[in-house]
Write a protein that binds this ligand. Sequence first.
Ligand code: PMT
Length: 313
Amino acid sequence: MAEPRVSSIDGKLAEEFAAPSHVDEVKEKMATFARRHAEAGRRVVLITSGGTKVPLESRTVRFLDNFSSGKRGASSAEYFLDAGYAVIFLHRHRSLHPYSRTFSAVNMLDTLQFNAGEVVVNQQVLPNIAKVLKRYREVTDGKLLLPVDFNTLSEYLHLLKAAAQALSTIGSKAMFYLAAAVSDFYIPASEMPEHKIQSSNGPLQLTMNMVPKILSPLVKDWAPKAFVISFKLETDASILLEKARRALDTYRHQVVVANVLDSRRGYVMVVTPTSQDEVVLSKEDAKNEVEIEERIVTNLTAAHDHFITQQAG
Ligand code: PMT
C-alpha cells in the first residue's frame, strides 16, 4: 500500500515546532463536529483569527506579537453562522470572540447594578444585550460554534494542520477562511536561549528563520477538496493586487481577500484567478453600522456555492 504523502513542511513542523499536548483530542473533536454538521446538510467553515505569539526564550519572558485584534475573524464567524454554516473558530487566546466582541471595550462592573439586593444587567449600558444574547444562545444550544484557542505560533501551526485533516472528510463542503495574522519569522527551539535574555549583555541582535508557508500543504495535501480563502495584508496599497495574484498562482487555492492595514475596516478586494471584486463600505453603510465582514461573507458564500456545484459536475 502507498504511504501517505509527507511534505517537507510536515517534517519541519514535527522537528522544529512543539505540538501542543491536546492536539489529537482537539482534532477528534473537530472531526466529529464536521461530520455531524455535514450529515445534517450544513457546510463547515474553519476561521483562523488573531495574531500569533513568537517566543524569544524557551522559559518565555519576551515574545514578538502583532497588531491583529481578531475583529475580522470574530465578526465573520457571526455572518457565516447567519448564512447557515457551522463554524470552527481557531483563534488567538483572548482575541475578540463572536458575540462578546460587541462588548469588549466595556468594563463588566459598569454593566451591572443592584436591584433589591439582586445583581442585574444595566441595559442602558448594554443596549443590544438581549438581541446578542438570544443569538448567542441559539448558536450554542445548536452546537454550531466550536471555539479552539491557540497562543503561540507552534500551537497555531499544529492546530491548523489538525483542523485541515479533520475537515478533509467533508470534501468541498469545507471552507477555510484564514484571517489570522501569522508571523513569518520565528526562532527554532534549538537556537533559543533557555533563560531570560540579559540586558547586561548589551543590545539585542536577533536572527529569525522563515516560518513554512502552511497554505501550501493545506491546499495540496491536507484538505485538497476544500474551498480555501487566504488573506493578504500590506501597508503599501500599490503592491497589494500583484501580491494577491502571486499568492493564487503559487498556492493554487480559490480566493485571496486583500486588504491594507489602515483601510481594512472599509475596503477589501476579493481576488480569484479570474476576477477581482472591490468590497467597499459607503458613508451611509458606516452610519448604519454595516460591517464589511457581512459583505465579504455574502461574496464568499456565493463563491462557495458555485465551487460545490462545479466539483459535483
Ligand atoms: O484582526 P483584525 O484586527 O480585524 O485584522 C484583520 C487582518 C488584517 C489581520 C486580516 O484581514 C488579514 O489580512 N489577515 C492575514 C494577515 C497576514 O498574515 O497576511 P500575510 O500576507 O502575512 O499572509 C498571507 C496568508 O498566508 C494568510 O492568509 C495566512 O493565513 C497565510 N500564511 C501566513 C504565514 C504562514 N507561515 N503560513 C501561511 O499559510
